[in-house]
Design a protein around this ligand. Sequence first.
Ligand SMILES: [Zn+2]
Length: 373
Amino acid sequence: MIRIFIFSFSLLLLAQCQPKEPEVTATNEEETTRPKNIILLIGDGMGVTQVTSRFYYGEGEPNFQRFPYIGLIKTSSSREKITDSAAGATAFATGHKSYNGAIAVKDDTASVETIAELVSDKLSTGLIATSSIVHATPASFYAHVPARSQYEEIAAQLTTSSVDFFAGGGTQFFVDREDDANYLDSLTANGFVVDTTQLQKPASFSMEQKYGFLLASDGMPKMQEDRGDFLPQATQMALEYLSQDEDGFFLMVEGSQIDWGGHANDAEYIIEEVKDFDKTLGVTLDFAERDGNTLVVVTADHETGGFALSSGESYNDLVGTFSTGGHTPDLIPVFAYGPGAESFAGIYENTGIYDRMVEATNWASGSPVASAK
Ligand SMILES: [Zn+2]
């Protein structure tokens, strides 16, 4: 009995002599895993098959493959099983499920703060889209209206929003308006340097000013109509501008027309837009790798077209087929890279994208700067 006791006692002593995990580890880890910047890339209408297409078309390894953490989101809106882009983007931007057509308003149409507004006191924010800048996805990050079709009101709200950099189409909603007002002038009056002719870096790219590029009357041209490198180049330019902010930034980049290819049941259209989006992922990942403090999250609001790559003449012959001209309720992939990326693994609601971004950065604490350090 005594021997057993002594033996147990020695074991206990031995256990106590084992070096313990230092108490501070958790705190250190917490600090080092908080990103300073977030880049959220949305491929509108981009389901798994749209992503798959990049693995069979285009040159080189897809940038999608560079993400270490993958998840899936459930996309239903507050009232419909199948969401539209407005409710989808509102979920990402605010963390609230709303009805189809809602632009950053809750199901009861009350305005709700967006992630871009949440951080704007301390950080810089940017929005880029290949649609018009007043289209549902970008609009849900700065405007609050009950219906996505209120383009002119959305344009008016952009002029006084907290956005520091934007690029996309949509000049007609600023100058060719029913109320005859000139909201390009309002942009300028509110501190924006606006370029409606080309995506060219201004001579002095200073944080003292805000920048807006409106390069088409409505949506930007398709890739098949020679849009060229607008999306990757605008993203590069935004990163150059926003990364001057030592406190950090939030940037949303939308590949808007993957969705339009789906609505048109046009496989070529989808494939070219996905290739362009993937190229843009390369720009953001290259930046994030160099920077080390940037969380990159890639996802979509919903799938469009019920797109499939089916076998044609043989199993070596791929043919794009479709089951609908509208959206589908498919689970949607999420790709994440950088500090905090691991929390994006798993299956969760689309509002979880907002929750995880805010949690990773601690932005909701009201002290983004403190949390970034
Ligand atoms: Zn759509």
